[in-house]
Design a protein around this ligand. Structure first.
Ligand SMILES: [Zn+2]
Length: 316
């Protein structure tokens, strides 16, 4: 089960490999790694990964041999990093996008495996495994969505072992890097109450903290204040950083904050929220999940913000 107790880290962070960025430009090492039978491949199929079920579910790891015949026609594998074994570099890990094959063809190479979305697998596999799949999924998604140069529209090709894409038009030659969108997520509090909201598209009963995307020319603190006021009408001050979480759904970094409310009257933006309410700590502590009220999944930073506030853990 995912370890939620590690201080300062959130689920989906803590990717266990050495990213070994210097190897991305080491053509000889990359070629030797592709040919090495001990090299590990994580297969991503349309944003899903294969998980081997059982008493201790783990993502399925492939080898060149087990993917024989499936790698043809796919983009070149992207280097994730190398395993760290007793302080020395171990097996290389690559992610390969197999979205073009039939799901059954991949599952046939993965005995006992089942195709699973990250939101599902994060709840059953060890934390470092989910972080690895989150990383693999994020890179794969970026490649899928950046086949063409954003500057001139010409095809772009992967380089640096899949960590850049360069435009094929010599007059342009723009180099593109994997992008991460920044979003802030904030628990707003006032004494023994906190502000939670609900969006109509969420599952029944789901309530959460407020979140929104950072805009150009905006600091994170300004973004927190703007998003909270736009969505709920509440003004905040004393915005304090809590922690961050990679959120590859599809390519976001969630930056978590707690903020003191400076006003009380709620006026929701109904295009964003169904409603927002103040909730008392003692009421939240006594609640059990139901279709009328539930909190976000335990793997999410929003849940961690809520749980930390409930426990009185507010950043100094
Ligand atoms: Zn271009």
């Amino acid at each position: 089960m995912t370890d939620l107790t590690r201080i300062g880290s959130n689920v989906l962070s803590g990717m266990p490999l050495d990213r070994a960025a210097h190897r991305r430009v080491d053509a000889a090492w990359l070629k030797a790694s592709f040919d090495d039978p001990s090299t590990r491949y994580i297969a991503i199929w349309r944003q899903n990964a294969v998980v081997r079920l059982g008493p201790e579910p783990r993502p399925v790891v492939h080898y060149r041999e087990t993917l024989d015949g499936l790698l043809d026609g796919s983009a070149e594998p992207t280097l994730l990093g190398v395993e760290i074994e007793d302080g020395t570099a171990g097996a290389a890990h690559f992610v390969v996008d197999l979205s073009h094959v039939e799901a059954g063809a991949l599952l046939a190479r993965s005995p006992g495996g089942e195709m699973m979305d990250l939101r599902e697998l994060v709840q059953i596999v060890p934390g470092p495994d989910s972080a690895l799949i989150a990383y693999a999924r994020g890179l794969t998604y970026w490649h899928q969505r950046h086949r063409f140069c954003g500057a001139c529209g010409s095809p772009a090709a992967a380089l640096e072992a899949g960590h850049q894409r360069r435009c094929s038009n010599e007059d342009c030659g723009a180099v593109h890097f994997p992008r991460t969108d920044t979003a802030v997520i904030t628990l707003v509090h006032d004494g023994d109450e906190c502000l939670l909201c609900r969006q109509s598209r969420w599952p029944p009963g789901m309530h959460s903290t407020l979140a929104g995307f950072l805009e150009p020319g905006e600091s994170l603190e300004e973004c927190v204040a703007r998003e909270i006021e736009e969505e709920s009408g509440i003004r905040v001050g004393d915005v304090r950083y809590h922690s961050s979480q990679p959120w590859p759904f599809p390519g976001t970094l969630m930056v978590g904050f707690m903020a003191q409310a400076l006003s009380r009257e709620i006026a929701v933006d109904e295009t964003e929220l169904e409603y927002a309410h103040w909730y008392k700590r003692r009421d939240l502590l006594g609640l059990r999940d139901s279709d009328e009220f539930r909190l976000p999944g335990r793997y999410s930073i929003s849940r961690r913000l809520i749980e930390d506030w409930l426990a009185g853990r507010i950043p100094p």
